[in-house]
Design a protein around this ligand. Structure first.
Ligand SMILES: N[C@@H](CCC(=O)N[C@@H](CS)C(=O)NCC(=O)O)C(=O)O
Length: 208
């Protein structure tokens, strides 16, 4: 088995945690390389796309872009659909998770004040309900029963949806109520089932 090394920031969330969870579910041991900001700044110019996470695979080099990394792990370990049409539905949900991050992230860099409050209120009142409605519909189209995107089999899209759902539901983003995604039953059941997955629970207990 080749050696795997995940490089990300020293926290158990977002894109880096998705990669750690995918490897954990696949049963692949990996080096969990966690960087402080100063170490990241020094590495940034040499990173494939100037950002984290990266995944180094012995004998194959360094890979970047979380969705590309997840698809690679997914294809090699039965966590991604073989059928091309199913794969396209899987990809769309992975991209939707990234869309959400790209809408919220700019507000993280805004100074506190009325503009930030207004931006967050727009996200909570308009963007996130539309996002939740679309994701709910896409989940039902991908698998009418679930709980996962592929039905009863967990996949890498589930990990992305779990991570963004966990972030929003935590209520840690000011002016976005943690309950904003509560109406979306399929999404909530997916997140709950991922959280309870034995490998996810074991990894989370270790990382806490
Ligand atoms: N499209 C990239 C985005 C990567 C990204 O923005 N990563 C963040 C952390 S989640 C980062 O490295 N931020 C620091 C920076 O870009 O300087 C992916 O999916 O991996």
């Amino acid at each position: 088995m080749p050696g795997y090394k995940v490089t990300y920031f020293d926290f158990s969330g977002s894109r880096g945690e998705e990669v750690r969870l995918a490897l954990s579910i696949a049963g692949l041991p990996f080096e969990d390389n966690r960087l402080e900001r100063a170490a990241f700044a020094a590495m940034k110019p040499g990173l494939p796309f100037g950002s984290l996470p990266t995944l180094e695979i012995e004998g194959h080099g360094t890979f970047a872009q979380s969705n590309a990394i997840l698809r690679l792990i997914g294809r090699q370990n039965g966590l991604y659909p073989e059928d091309l049409y199913e794969a396209a539905r899987h990809d769309a949900l992975m991209d939707a998770a990234e869309d959400l991050r790209h809408r919220i992230s700019p507000t993280m860099r805004m100074p506190d004040g009325p503009d930030k409050v207004a931006a967050r209120q727009q996200l909570a009142g308009e963007y996130l309900p539309l996002w939740g409605t679309c994701v709910e519909r896409a989940l039902t189209a991908a698998s009418p029963v679930g709980p996962f995107v592929m039905g009863t089999k967990i996949g890498v899209a589930d990990l992305k949806l779990y991570m963004v759902h966990r972030w929003i539901a935590s209520g840690s983003v000011d002016h976005i109520p943690g309950s904003v995604l509560a109406p979306y039953a399929r999404l909530n059941r997916l997140a709950e089932t991922v959280r309870a997955h034995p490998a996810v629970a074991a990894w989370s207990a270790r990382a806490a």
